[in-house]
Design a protein around this ligand. Structure first.
Ligand code: AR6
Length: 173
């Protein structure tokens, strides 16, 4: 089920989809990387709403409005910090994608864009993270017929290539 999956190299804050996903931290109160870019582009209303959410566990997700973003919603998820691979990192990263898709479905979202969760300051090996991202979405997408389009949005060319490799790997099976 990869027909609905697209890989892009872009700034996720510019995408006019129903929801963009934020790679946040447990506080949900903003940070650097894609989190900082999303808060900056969305404006202060996003932080005000995030303050009401009581943070978020690693591997879980919470939804807000998109405020000044072209996207209608932001689904904030907290990826694992890479600590060598024996601290449940793979299951926690998979859980991020599962929780985001479930919340997206609950909110009638038809198009969604993910950044490379945990692949920046959280240090997850990019090839492994992309394999989890793409295979988890490909596995679950048939459960969510209302979801028409899933974008993996890479910020740079190297990340784009990793997503492409992961997609090609599952298409060969
Ligand atoms: N559009 C798309 N992707 C982006 C953008 C953008 N505008 N900006 C960065 N990326 P990171 P993490 C890519 O570090 O590893 C924050 O401080 C980036 O190149 O944003 O999950 C949070 O508050 C990388 O490939 O997220 C947390 O404390 C990917 O997004 C912590 O960082 C993720 O990098 C989360 O770390």
């Amino acid at each position: 089920m990869t027909a609905k999956i697209t890989i892009l190299q872009d700034n996720i804050t510019t995408l006019g989809v129903d929801a963009i996903v934020n790679a946040a931290n447990n506080s949900l109160l903003g940070g650097g990387g894609v989190d900082g870019a999303i808060h900056k582009a969305a404006g202060s209303g996003l932080l005000q709403e995030c303050k009401t959410l009581g943070g978020c566990e690693t591997g879980d997700a919470k939804i807000t409005a998109g405020y000044e973003l072209p996207a209608k919603h932001v689904i904030h998820t907290v990826g694992p910090i890479w600590r060598g691979g024996n601290q449940n990192e793979a299951a926690l990263l998979k859980s991020c994608y599962e929780r985001v898709l479930s919340i997206a479905d609950d909110n009638h979202i038809r198009s969604i864009a993910f950044p490379a969760i945990s692949c920046g300051v959280y240090g997850y090996p990019k090839d492994q993270a992309c394999n989890i991202a793409v295979s988890t979405v490909a596995e679950l997408i048939s459960h969510y017929p209302n979801l028409r389009k899933v974008i993996f949005c890479a910020f740079d060319e190297q990340m784009y290539e990793h997503f492409l490799d992961a997609l090609q790997a599952i298409q060969m099976h």
